[in-house]
Design a binder for this molecule. Structure first.
Ligand SMILES: C[S@@+](CC[C@H](N)C(=O)[O-])C[C@H]1O[C@@H](n2cnc3c(N)ncnc32)[C@H](O)[C@@H]1O
Length: 187
């Protein structure tokens, strides 16, 4: 919606008809229905022409898809040469930390599925993309992952600043981050 509001023409897809219905309603509510087209489709077989897109953006989707090689091929196909895809994904590179995460109480109503821990993205999930894309990653959230336990906004803001600084200066801690932003540049 944000990109469409800034003038981009946006196509969106999800395998869930409900998600697509919701996206269409939101496009109308935001006054960008003319700039957007949403379709029910699977990432494994996209209904789009070759080299159609300047950019692809995804939020919490890659970690759901087991066939990463097929995703890489479809992404490569629909992007223009040198175009980029950016994904923000829950990161679960450390299995003991992910197990620990399940012990943290979730406030009632939080949209969190505790069984998903086995499907968090890992560094190794990026391997199938390497031959088709140049890859950059930014790991985020170390202590600020505790924000759902902390009610003080000031403390959460401090934890976020702490994370930025620690993750910059201690690269070995990045594998324990909670979120990863992956940038894929088509070769
Ligand atoms: C965690 S949700 C994220 C939804 C949305 N991107 C967001 O950030 O609110 C994961 C989404 O992936 C979709 N999904 C799962 N498998 C898919 C596939 N093979 N192709 C397309 N979408 C898929 C699900 O329907 C679900 O809407």
């Amino acid at each position: 919606m944000i990109l469409a509001k800034r003038g981009a023409t946006v196509d969106g897809f999800d395998i869930s008809p409900r998600a697509i219905q919701c996206a269409r309603r939101r496009a109308v509510a935001n006054g960008v229905a003319d700039m957007t087209a949403f379709e029910v489709a699977s990432f494994y077989s996209l209904p789009y022409d070759d080299a159609r897109y300047d950019a692809v953006i995804g939020q919490a989707i890659l970690h759901h898809l087991r066939e990463k090689g097929q995703v890489a091929r479809e992404l490569y196909r629909v992007l223009k040469p040198r175009a980029r895809a950016i994904f923000s994904e829950p990161f679960g590179n450390s299995s003991w930390l992910e197990r620990l995460r399940l012990l943290v109480p979730v406030p009632s109503g939080a949209p969190d599925d505790p069984t998903e821990w086995t499907r968090q993205l890992k560094y190794t999930d990026l391997e199938p993309f390497r031959s088709l894309f140049e890859i950059d990653v930014a790991e985020m959230q170390l202590l600020s992952r505790l924000e759902r336990l902390v009610s003080s906004r000031r403390l959460v803001a401090w934890l976020k600043r702490f994370d930025v600084s620690v993750l910059r200066t201690c690269p070995w801690l990045r594998r324990y981050a909670r979120t990863i932003v992956v940038e894929l540049r088509r070769r």
